[in-house]
Design a protein. Structure first.
Ligand SMILES: *Cc1c(COP(=O)(O)O)cnc(C)c1O
Length: 379
């Protein structure tokens, strides 16, 4: 049996009849950049995320970059973030000449630990950039409290977490700015790159609209030095179709995650500490995890991954090297041991297939093979 990490063909097969006319509409219009499809998607995403403004951009990375540009982040400024995320989170800080300053993660959730924020904040801190990793919101109340006490803006990297909730409020609507990615493997994925910046602040929204188009509102008149960070109409048309299915897909991912955790508990592997399943909210806890990834901690992780691969099961390590140990950040002066929880996570995590179309038999197969791996190594 084959179990890919993600099966986008299965998703497309289910919505093909809705997607084709949407693509045709754009092709017939020959209007490809921004325009009515992008504006419609912006309104729909703003309503979905519970914010006043949404600005379509070329990728999640560009969304983060333009959000920091709109806040005026400049060389020498510090931005506090997590060391355990996709590279873009810290990359955009460095691209502006600013310094990524890390605060270690909470081992239970893999998200930045608010208790460690105080130590990372200095008089040069100009923004805090928490990430809602794997589809679960960071613990935002203490993060926002620390930021507000010092007048520092908060940008949420919600690239993996569109539709996730924190105490009943949607990811992206919690800080001053939120950023979503529409990379194909995200819960809401386009047919290429795309992203969205959301905010309740009309002035920030206006700045981002300008920066997205080389800082120009009137053609060939430039108020600011921006870039080409535009979303295209074909992506918007696809995303508008998919947005209608997003909550259903995320619910299926949550159900799959719950089932994995139940099946894995049944193997006894949790009691033997061979694997740890992701923290799932207790019923009544209003946090809403959308499981862009279902991520285990696993003993002998690399061996398990190779064993599963040989059994036809796709898995991934998000992420094998924490950001503070990336070669390109050697100049920041961080060293191994500085952020021990991030380093431990990097050595232990393994994400399993959790996509909505996954069949029960496929999940059974995955759990059986994991059990088999540790069973063989019991002695
Ligand atoms: C995917 C992702 C990004 C970047 O999004 P792209 O659309 O691929 O540029 C940034 N941060 C996190 C946490 C992501 O998962």
């Amino acid at each position: 049996m084959n179990v890919p990490l993600l099966d986008l063909k299965a998703q497309y097969a289910a919505i093909r009849e809705e997607i084709r006319p949407a693509l045709d509409r754009v092709v017939e219009s020959q209007f490809f950049i921004l325009g009515p499809e992008v504006e419609a998607l912006e309104s729909e995403i703003a309503a979905y995320a519970g914010v006043r403004h949404a600005i379509g951009v070329s990728s999640g990375t560009d969304g983060l970059l333009v959000a920091l540009m709109a806040l005026g982040i400049k060389p020498g400024d510090e931005v506090v973030t997590t060391p355990f995320s996709f590279f873009a989170t810290a990359g955009v800080i460095a691209r502006l000449g600013a310094v990524p300053v890390f605060a270690d993660i909470d081992p239970a959730t893999f998200n930045i630990d608010p208790a460690l924020l105080g130590r990372a904040i200095t008089p040069r801190t100009r923004a805090i950039l928490p990430v809602h990793l794997f589809g679960q919101c960071a613990d935002m109340d203490p993060i926002l409290a620390a930021a507000r006490a010092r007048g520092i803006p908060v940008v949420e990297d919600a690239c993996q977490s569109i539709g996730a909730e924190y105490k009943g409020r949607k990811a992206g609507s919690l800080g001053d700015l939120g950023v979503f990615s529409f990379f194909p493997s995200k819960n809401l994925g386009g047919f290429g790159d795309g992203g969205m910046v959301v905010t309740n602040d009309p002035a920030l929204s206006e700045r981002i609209r300008l920066l997205r188009q080389h800082g120009s509102a009137k053609t060939y008149h430039h108020k600011l030095v921006g870039g080409n960070f535009r979303l295209d109409a074909l992506q918007a048309a696809v995303l508008r179709v998919k947005l209608k299915h997003l909550d259903g897909w995320s619910a299926a991912r949550r159900a799959n995650a719950a089932r994995y955790s139940e099946l894995l508990a049944g193997t006894g592997l949790l009691d033997r500490s061979a694997v740890q399943v992701p923290v799932r909210e207790k019923s009544g806890d209003p946090n809403h995890h959308i499981f862009n990834q279902y991520t285990l901690r696993a003993r002998k992780r690399d061996g398990l991954q190779a064993f599963l691969k040989a059994a036809g099961i796709g898995t991934a390590v998000y992420y094998p090297v924490p950001l503070h140990l990336q070669e390109c950040f050697a100049g920041l002066g961080n060293k191994a041991g500085d952020f021990p929880e991030a380093e431990k996570a990097a050595a232990e995590v393994l994400s399993l297939p959790v996509y909505p179309e996954l069949a029960r038999e496929q999940m059974d197969h995955v759990v059986r093979k994991i059990d088999e791996f540790y069973g063989e190594r019991k002695a």
